[in-house]
Ligand binder design. Structure first.
Ligand code: FES
Ligand code: FE2
Length: 452
């Protein structure tokens, strides 16, 4: 059997789409399975300083990366600090309708210009150390004791703050340190077409949580790139997730997995009724009445989708009927190389994974919720930071039930890093289909590292 043909026996994702009660979004039908080989992924990619340095030089300094939401900097003078490895960038609203980004370093003696996000306090970026200041377009505005700096010509190019390219998509602001990089729209490619109907620019940031991990950024990212771990790590959700029915596809710079919801896992050793599935989905405890009875002849998927539509109706009106059951119930999770994971339809989740400073054994995972809103855009949520020992449930209640699931994922990850340091194998072995999103990222890493 060819690598690209391996599938879990039984129900396919297309079978589930065939049973949808609404017109299926054709995007969900798209199949794109590439042969990415079946070789091991070198362990050194996760643990070595040399490989981290290579990623910085060849990838982070050249690739488009999500820096913040447009709504994080609504007014002129608003700033967000975006750090990647040991590079710090200030993203700011430089004029109405204009966003710029600069390396976050004063051109006098090098102090960081901005430490915190927020309003810069006026029409300049002023260094707190000696007071050099730059206009929001990056031109030098003020040299304190200018008599002592006759050698500083404010008009000279070298006194302009070095700029980083910016672009936007879906309400997200991206930055790129490579002035010769292709336009963001070309880099994103068809991902924009996939998200056409799920317009993320029309949603607002309702939660933002960042947590530090004691493991490589790819170890965390890869734990959120497959449903293969669900049966061992999250057995409590198996009654209502078709983990092994997940559909995986890879395209140019992005990939997608779709894990069907409101359908039982093929791993279950018993056969739940549609009511059992619905009750599991709605977290029914034994002492509680069901949220709803699944009518005879109907399915948990159809009922769950219909309830989800009802919830959205006050905001979207009759437009809710244009969304199929799959869009209402399934986890449709995309990855844009190298580290941005927007989830589709009305799932609120978006992830970003990146190194924490220059340490290959440390990383940051962020979860941003996007929600639709009525009327005026609500203010975006402030970020909550969690340390490597903090509990999601205790410190990030804004994530709701997902915090419990994250707790289980978090438990594994530092232990993966420890195992990678001690393993006697030179590589990790991936499943051909269920781990194809991970293989896709590594094939792109290969490509970027090979670029001159
Ligand atoms: S280091 Fe910034 S003004 Fe001196
Ligand atoms: Fe998980």
């Amino acid at each position: 059997m060819a690598i690209t043909d391996a599938r879990s026996p039984g129900l396919t994702y297309h079978d589930l789409l065939d049973a949808d009660t609404h017109g299926v979004n054709p995007t969900l039908r798209l199949d794109s399975v590439q042969d990415l080989g079946d070789h091991d992924i070198p362990v050194e990619r996760y643990i070595s300083r040399e490989f981290h340095d290579l990623e910085v030089e060849k990838i982070w300094k050249r690739v488009w990366q999500m820096a913040c939401r447009e709504e994080d900097i609504p007014n002129v003078g608003d700033t967000v600090r975006y750090d990647i490895a040991d590079i710090s960038i200030v993203v700011l609203r430089s004029a109405p309708g204009e966003i710029k980004a600069f390396y976050n370093a004063c051109l006098h003696r090098g102090r960081l210009l901005r430490e915190e996000d927020g309003y810069c306090g006026g029409d300049t970026l002023r260094c707190p150390f000696h007071g050099f200041a730059w206009h929001l377009d990056g031109s030098l505005a003020e040299v304190p004791a200018a008599w002592d700096f006759p050698h500083v010509d404010p008009e000279a190019d070298k006194w302009q703050l070095p700029e980083v390219m910016t672009s936007t998509w879906g309400g997200w602001v991206f930055v790129n340190m490579d002035p010769g990089a292709e336009p963001l729209a070309d880099f994103i490619g068809d991902l924009a077409v996939h998200f056409d109907k799920w317009a993320q620019q029309d949603k607002y940031k309702s939660a933002h949580v960042a947590r530090v991990f004691r493991c490589n950024w790819k170890v965390v990212q890869e734990a959120f790139s497959e449903a293969f771990h669900v049966s061992a790590t999250h057995p409590q959700i198996l009654v209502s997730i078709g983990d092994q029915n997940t559909k995986y596809d890879t395209w140019e710079n992005f990939s997608r997995a779709i894990s069907p919801g409101a359908t039982p896992s093929p791993h279950l050793t018993w056969e739940p009724t549609e009511q059992d599935v619905f009750d599991a989905l709605t977290d029914r405890r034994v002492d509680q009445e069901p949220v709803m009875e699944v009518p005879p002849g109907s399915t948990a998927r159809a009922v769950a989708a219909s309830l989800a539509r009802d919830k959205l109706r006050s905001i979207l009106g009759d437009e809710v009927e244009t969304y199929c059951d799959a869009e209402m119930t399934d986890s449709i999770y995309y990855t844009l190389f190298p580290n941005f994971h927007p989830w589709a339809a009305f799932n609120r989740i978006n992830y970003r994974f990146r190194p924490y400073g220059n340490d290959p054994d440390m990383s940051i995972m962020e979860c941003v919720y996007l929600d639709p809103f009525e009327g005026e855009r609500p203010p975006p949520a402030k970020i909550t930071w969690l340390g490597p020992d903090d509990s999601w449930v205790e410190k990030a209640p804004e994530l709701g039930n997902l915090a419990r699931v994250f707790e289980q994922d978090t438990f594994n990850l530092p232990k993966v890093q420890a195992g990678l340091h001690t393993t006697q194998r030179s590589g990790v072995t991936l499943a051909n289909y269920q781990e194809s999103k991970i293989r896709h990222i590594h094939s792109l890493i290969d490509r970027w590292i090979a670029k001159p």
